[in-house]
Design a protein around this ligand. Structure first.
Ligand SMILES: C[S@@+](CC[C@H](N)C(=O)[O-])C[C@H]1O[C@@H](n2cnc3c(N)ncnc32)[C@H](O)[C@@H]1O
Length: 167
């Protein structure tokens, strides 16, 4: 599996930096409803929760934000139950085992089980390369996102256009 060897032997700090950048562009907020697709490891979800916790700390845990924190929902969706188990285990190791904001959902990015127009954010990191029909994944992301919701896709690829190779 190409993915496994890349993940095991790749530059972990570089991947980590890219995931952090993804979450920073997402601009998470307390009370948000978010869907991280192909997210079984939990890496993106944990960063989103960290971001929300630091907002809460900055807001001095005011009661309004406390209430919103309760309503925060970060859905981690992955087609592979073993990957979800890895994520759940890592959540427990991080002390997030009882965190009600985290929801682990087995599902296919091409046919999501979520309602239309329900998510403030949608992320897919290093996942879109694995799907069979990218257009279905994009249609599903569009369907579940609220108007004005954020879609962020992080992927690695080869650059063919010379001008972009310089960047
Ligand atoms: C490279 S991993 C993603 C890692 C994770 N997003 C991260 O950044 O740490 C790719 C994931 O895509 C999942 N996947 C593959 N096809 C999928 C599909 N159609 N729907 C949902 N998840 C899928 C795999 O099970 C695997 O967990």
């Amino acid at each position: 599996m190409l993915y496994t060897s890349l993940w095991v032997h790749g530059d972990i700090s570089y991947f980590s930096m890219m995931l952090s950048r993804l979450v920073s562009m997402l601009n998470p907020f307390p009370g948000m409803k978010h869907l991280d697709v192909a997210g079984g490891t939990g890496d993106v979800a944990f960063r989103i929760l960290d971001g929300i916790s630091s907002i809460k700390r900055r807001a001095n845990q005011d009661p309004i934000n406390d209430h919103l924190q309760e309503e925060t929902q970060i859905h981690v969706c992955d087609i592979n139950p073993n990957m979800l188990n890895v994520g759940r285990k890592r959540a427990i190791e991080r002390g997030l085992g009882e965190d009600k904001s985290l929801k682990w959902v087995e599902g296919d990015a091409e046919a999501l089980s979520f309602e239309d127009n329900t998510m403030d954010g949608y992320t897919i990191a290093f996942g879109i390369r694995n799907v069979t029909h990218i257009e279905k994944v994009l249609a599903e992301a569009y369907r579940v996102l609220k108007h004005g919701g954020r879609f962020l896709c992080l992927e690695l690829s080869h650059v063919e256009v010379p001008v972009f190779k310089e960047l």
